[in-house]
Design a protein around this ligand. Structure first.
Ligand code: GUN
Length: 295
């Protein structure tokens, strides 16, 4: 079997087209969605993400401003900026790019954000809202994975989904989304992590396997059941002397071997990646509508 590719670029474009129409409609009602993006320091990967976020906003007609601060910014200065953005009605969404420099406590920064502007869904209030089944914002990367599953004809309802990785950004919210008694969810979820014994025996039971460990090619073909759907959230830069830059991106799965066994798989790059920004746009529009009392 050669797996079908699930491409985040295509699915993301489909969602962005839907959003574009929605943003045009909102503007006619006098609502102009706005997003503030905060970047502290000059981490190259973060800089690329932030640039792409700005471009996505411009393509959709969403107002966007990037606040680039030096790596030496103090925690107090960053908190003061968050206060200012919380109070500014131009911005319906605020995103503080992670990771932050080590001298800044990111939990403190997330807590300071107005939860109604927290388009990442990382504020403990939004984590809690999701846990009790009343989310306003779903964290972008796992929400993107859910859309990829549903829109590729792989609805997780009733399926055994095995997630590898327990980060606050992907693994944990992914599990919380898919256990909801809701459309596009209702799955049986097993969450594997570094404390899991004999992970392969569990991943082999997966109808849908989601790799989010941040370890290059950690999921090998022998860990995948024939016909499973494999979603690779990993983005790892590894040395490759044959590549023009001397490095290349790989996921958390051994794509070449697994594509012969899975029924569907996401490549890296071009798989989950583009979905994160798309779902950020979805959340920004949702925040703008909520701020104006629109459904
Ligand atoms: N760093 C890596 N992924 C993310 C994300 O989804 N949101 C934010 N704010 N920072 C990130």
């Amino acid at each position: 079997m050669t797996a079908k590719l699930i491409l985040g670029k295509d699915i993301g474009n489909q969602i962005r087209e839907e959003l574009k129409t929605e943003v045009e409609g909102l503007k006619k009602k006098g609502v102009h969605p706005g997003l503030a993006v905060v970047l502290v320091g000059e981490d190259p990967a973060s800089t690329v993400y932030v640039t792409n976020k700005g471009q996505a906003c411009r393509d959709l007609g969403i107002h966007e401003e990037t606040f680039g601060l030096p790596a030496s910014t103090s925690e107090a200065e960053l908190l003061a900026l968050v206060d200012r953005l919380n109070a500014d009605p131009k911005f319906h969404g605020i995103l503080v790019q992670l990771p932050l420099p080590k001298h800044i406590d990111s939990n403190k920064v997330l807590l300071r954000m107005n939860p109604d502007k927290d388009v990442d869904g990382f504020h403990p209030m939004n984590v809690g809202r999701l846990m009790v089944g009343e989310p306003i914002f779903l964290p972008c990367t796992p929400a993107g994975v859910q859309q990829m599953l549903v829109r590729s004809g792989n609805d997780p309802a009733g399926k055994h989904v095995v997630i590898c990785g327990r980060s606050n950004i992907v693994g944990k919210p992914m599990a919380n989304i898919l256990i909801q008694k809701a459309k596009g969810a209702n799955a049986t979820v097993t969450l594997c992590h570094t404390g899991t014994k004999d992970m392969a025996s569990i991943t082999r039971q997966a109808d849908i396997l989601i790799a989010a460990m941040g370890v290059p090619k950690a999921i090998t073909a022998d860990m995948v059941r024939e016909g499973a759907v494999v979603i690779d959230v990993g983005v790892n830069r590894i040395p490759d002397p044959s590549a023009p830059k001397g490095t290349r991106l790989v996921g958390d799965t051994d794509f070449e071997a697994i594509k012969e066994k899975a029924s569907a798989i996401t490549p890296v790059p071009g798989g989950v990646g583009p979905m994160t920004i798309t779902m950020l746009m979805v959340n920004t529009v949702r925040a703008a509508k909520a701020a104006h009392g629109l459904k």
